[in-house]
Design a protein. Structure first.
Length: 162
């Protein structure tokens, strides 16, 4: 019983520290975009940020992208941004993939070629999405694909924007 209790405490502490790190370090991080320009997450202070981690080889990641674009379009005139961080692939692969999509994505695509976000954000799998409020506080963590333009998702973003 004590081994189980110890394991559960370790899991809880790991999850808590990953979330705390994400909250306190969010605006200190930067990633390159597909044009090799460095984009600082500090540029998004004061905005609600949906931070999505994805890969071109991940079917649920690909499936949710059109609904993410519709969500971005829905909140286009508000302080809301979607940042999609590709995990582990280079700019040529990601750019080629984006050109083949049926839906043009206008939200920001960033690269994490070295997979550092798995440690910095405690990413457990793909897709994984973190929702941050305007102060950079982690509001929700979603593991797995989602229809982002579903009324439930729109309501969550609307509530976070208030």
């Amino acid at each position: 019983m004590s081994v189980l209790k110890s394991a559960l405490i370790s899991i809880f502490l790991f999850a808590t520290s990953a979330n705390a790190l994400a909250q306190s370090e969010l605006y200190k991080l930067s990633f390159q975009n597909t044009d090799h320009e460095t984009v600082s997450l500090a540029n998004y202070k004061g905005k609600v940020v949906l931070l999505n981690f994805w890969a071109t080889w991940c079917p649920p990641c690909i499936k949710e992208m059109p609904s993410m674009q519709r969500l971005q379009d829905h909140f286009a005139d508000q302080d809301f941004e979607i940042l999609a961080i590709n995990a582990g692939e280079d700019s040529v692969s990601v750019s080629s993939f984006l050109m083949e999509l049926d839906t043009e994505l206008t939200f920001t695509i960033l690269l994490d070629e070295k997979n550092r976000s798995f440690n910095e954000f405690g990413i457990k799998g793909l897709p994984m999405t973190l929702l941050f409020d305007k102060e950079g506080k982690l509001i929700e963590t979603i593991l797995g694909g989602k229809e982002w333009d579903h009324p439930e998702s729109i309501a969550l973003i609307s509530k976070t924007l208030k």
